[in-house]
Write a protein that binds this ligand. Structure first.
Ligand code: 13P
Length: 248
């Protein structure tokens, strides 16, 4: 059986007191059997949060840099993230790709750095609206995976979590329909099968992200190839985040 994961990407929200409080509230909630919860607060709050909560809530960073140290003003290395308790990183979120010009080539370097620096990661992919409108979403997402991820060996790819986040559904209130989500997730799994093997494709969790909320999570998570969610807005409210996790 595949892992079930509900992850909260807090993006650039909250200040320290609010962030620590939210993390504590989530951490104190009764844990849902078999569902892994993760939070991705802004980097500066990782340390105060990991100091104050238990290890059953995994804390991650929203981005990492691929170099190990040196003159890279403003960037954060994997060793630095790990040194404050981060156990996982997001790589390739669409906001990093679109607003900060992160290309498939840069993301490939981040993927390699994460593997050599031994930090888990969620690799994000997904198409913008103009690509979906012209029916090219499958080619677009496949290229994202081929250019940043599919150079990994079979042993390496087994450690990866993938998140499919159609950009037109992020923060817009417009969720992909269950059919749209399931079709893309099934396609991603079939490409994993082609590139690697059926066994490997079967164990890699594929999360959905994009306006996932308590009222649509149940339907989405019921899809055969949807193994959880990467939640933005709704992860900033404990009751919503927990309700989403309870949707399994
Ligand atoms: P929303 O849930 O706010 O649409 O954001 C999704 C997302 O980008 C998670 O990484």
């Amino acid at each position: 059986m595949r892992r079930k994961i509900v992850a909260g990407n807090w993006k650039m929200n909250l200040v320290r007191e609010q962030a620590v409080l939210l993390a504590k509230e989530i951490s104190n909630e009764r844990k849902i059997d078999g569902v892994e919860l993760m939070i991705f607060p802004p980097f500066v709050f990782v340390d105060p949060i990991t100091q104050q909560i238990g290890t059953d809530l995994k804390v991650g960073v929203q981005d990492i840099y691929f170099e190990t140290s040196g003159a890279f003003t403003g960037e954060i290395s994997i060793a630095q993230a790990k040194s404050v308790g981060a156990g996982i990183a997001l790589i390739g979120h669409s906001e990093r790709r679109e607003l900060f010009n992160e290309t498939n080539t840069i993301l490939k370097k981040k993927v390699d750095a994460a593997l050599s620096g031994q930090i888990d990661f969620i690799f994000c992919c997904g198409e913008p609206l103009n690509i979906r409108k012209t029916g090219r979403e499958y080619d677009f997402v496949k290229i994202q995976l081929e250019e940043s991820l599919f150079h990994l060996s079979e042993e390496e790819i087994k450690k990866v979590i993938i998140a499919y986040e159609p950009i037109w559904a992020i923060g817009t209130g417009e969720t992909a329909s269950t059919e749209q989500a399931e079709e893309m997730h099934a396609a991603i799994r079939s490409w994993l099968m082609e590139r690697y093997s059926e066994q490997t494709a079967e164990i890699i969790p594929i999360l959905y992200g994009g306006s996932c909320k308590p009222d649509n999570a149940k339907e989405l998570f019921a899809c055969k190839n949807v193994d959880g969610g990467l939640i933005g807005g709704a992860s900033l409210k404990t009751s919503d985040f927990i309700a989403i996790a309870n949707s399994f």
